[in-house]
Design a protein around this ligand. Structure first.
Ligand SMILES: Nc1ncnc2c1ncn2[C@@H]1O[C@H](COP(=O)(O)OP(=O)(O)O)[C@@H](O)[C@H]1O
Ligand SMILES: [Mg+2]
Length: 415
């Protein structure tokens, strides 16, 4: 059960944070207080209001900047202020730093670790999306597993492999019961004769087509990653809580962090479809770990598109624009994907960037030469906000009561 946040006392200097919808921001729509517009006045922002007014065509945001610039601090206080107005947040938290935010709302983080006893089923989305459009669920499920195996194999799937995977997920979806990754793996290793007939091949041929992919996915089931995403979701997770934190810090150093974050994001997406509880903010901090794999970056983009219909505003935290140009992949698709992800995030918050990133950032975000010259010199907590076509230079301000949210020692707060 979640309880409302405790009342907090603030000085008049923080009136904007205390009464966010009263603060008049430069954007002309009501919003939560963010900080000081360095050209004068308070800066308030609300993606839902801007989207509803037509000022933005999507409510998503990317926050980028070098380490230690205040990206996570901004996101934490933003979520805290939004929560005061009933906007819930679900957070994929690879460093385990959002726990305090949850605890202040009476909710412990969902900690994921190999053998840790909490399981999230990424294939919950098979059933969840299936409720909306017939067949959509297994299509999304197969897309997810294809993306995960592409990331893991380091190459694109061949058409025969993709078909074997799709047939396996379909099979599991229609067979009844909870679709899970182990069931999909089994269905690939030992396909149903009808599945083989539907593509005019034999059971043995179809099994051979899918074998390499199945073995790769088996890693989630039997290998070093087991126990987190390989079965039905643990029932005691309270998705109705205002703040849900998925803490992946136990696997932060794993080479498979991106894959695990994607599984967590996929599960969140399924839960969003089921929950339907009004506007929500979904945060993926350290999102570069996902974006370095072209396959899963593609999947993430398609899920952002889908989420818009559900009233979800996404926030992705990156270091630099080049994170979007997925390392390890080349060519026009990568570039198109990077541009697409940016186009799908009309709010871009840019903290200081190193000189080597300036040209790419300017190019991707369409910055003016004055804006570019500012970027290397921005101090901590100061960012260039591009909201649609408009630009603001904003210093993020913390209220005294919000210090505990961003303190590195905050992990020690009692459960
Ligand atoms: N607006 C702010 N006011 C004061 N201190 C801040 C502010 N934003 C960030 N900080 C401090 O900077 C440190 C690093 O911020 P953090 O958000 O963790 O950086 P990033 O996520 O960019 O790596 C935090 O521990 C916090 O103490
Ligand atoms: Mg951070």
């Amino acid at each position: 059960m979640s309880r409302p946040p405790p009342a907090h006392r603030l000085t008049t200097a923080h009136l904007g944070a205390a009464y966010p919808f009263v603060a008049e921001g430069g954007l002309g729509t009501p919003g939560v207080y963010v900080g000081r517009d360095l050209l004068g006045g308070a800066f308030s922002y609300d993606p839902f209001a801007l989207y509803a007014s037509g000022a933005l065509t999507n409510p998503n945001m990317v926050v980028m900047g070098q380490i230690g610039r205040g990206k996570s601090a901004l996101v934490k206080s933003y979520l805290w202020r939004q929560a005061a107005f009933g906007r819930g947040a679900w957070i994929v938290d690879p460093k385990g730093e959002y726990g305090v935010l949850g605890r202040l709302h009476g909710v412990a983080p969902v900690k994921l670790s190999p053998g840790g006893g909490v399981r999230l089923n990424p294939l919950d989305l098979v059933a969840a999306s299936g409720r909306q459009v017939e067949g959509e669920g297994s299509r999304r499920g197969a897309q997810l597993l294809a993306s995960l195996s592409e990331a893991s194999l380091g190459r694109s799937l061949r058409p025969a492999e993709r078909t074997a995977l799709e047939l396996a997920v379909e099979d599991v979806a229609v067979a009844g019961g909870v679709p899970t990754v182990p069931r999909a793996v089994t269905a690939m290793l030992d396909p149903a004769p009808e599945a083989a007939r539907s593509v005019r091949t034999t059971k043995e041929e179809l099994a051979a087509d899918g074998r390499e992919v199945a073995l790769e996915l088996r890693r989630l089931v039997h290998g070093d990653l087991r126990g987190m995403f390989d079965g039905p979701t643990t029932p005691r997770i309270d998705m109705g809580a205002r703040i849900v934190v998925l803490d992946l810090s136990a696997v932060y150093d794993s080479g498979a962090l991106g894959i695990l974050m994607t599984c967590a994001a996929a599960w969140l997406q399924a839960a969003l479809v089921g929950e339907r509880s009004g506007p929500r903010i979904v945060v993926v901090d350290e999102a570069w770990a996902i974006l370095t794999h072209l396959g899963i970056a593609r999947w993430l983009r398609s899920s952002w598109k889908l989420a818009r219909a559900l009233g979800v505003a996404h926030v992705a935290v990156l270091h630099r624009v080049s994170d979007l140009r997925s390392a390890g992949a080349e060519g026009s698709e990568t570039l198109a994907l990077a541009q697409g992800l940016l186009a799908d995030s009309e709010t871009r918050v840019v903290y200081a960037q190193p000189p080597g990133e300036l040209a790419g950032t300017a190019d991707a975000l369409g910055l003016s030469s004055t804006e570019v010259s500012l970027l290397p010199r921005l101090g901590r907590a100061i960012a260039l906000w591009k909201v649609g076509q408009r630009s603001f230079l904003v210093e993020h301000r913390l209220a005294p009561g919000e210090r505990t949210l961003v303190d590195t020692d905050s992990r020690m707060v009692q459960e």
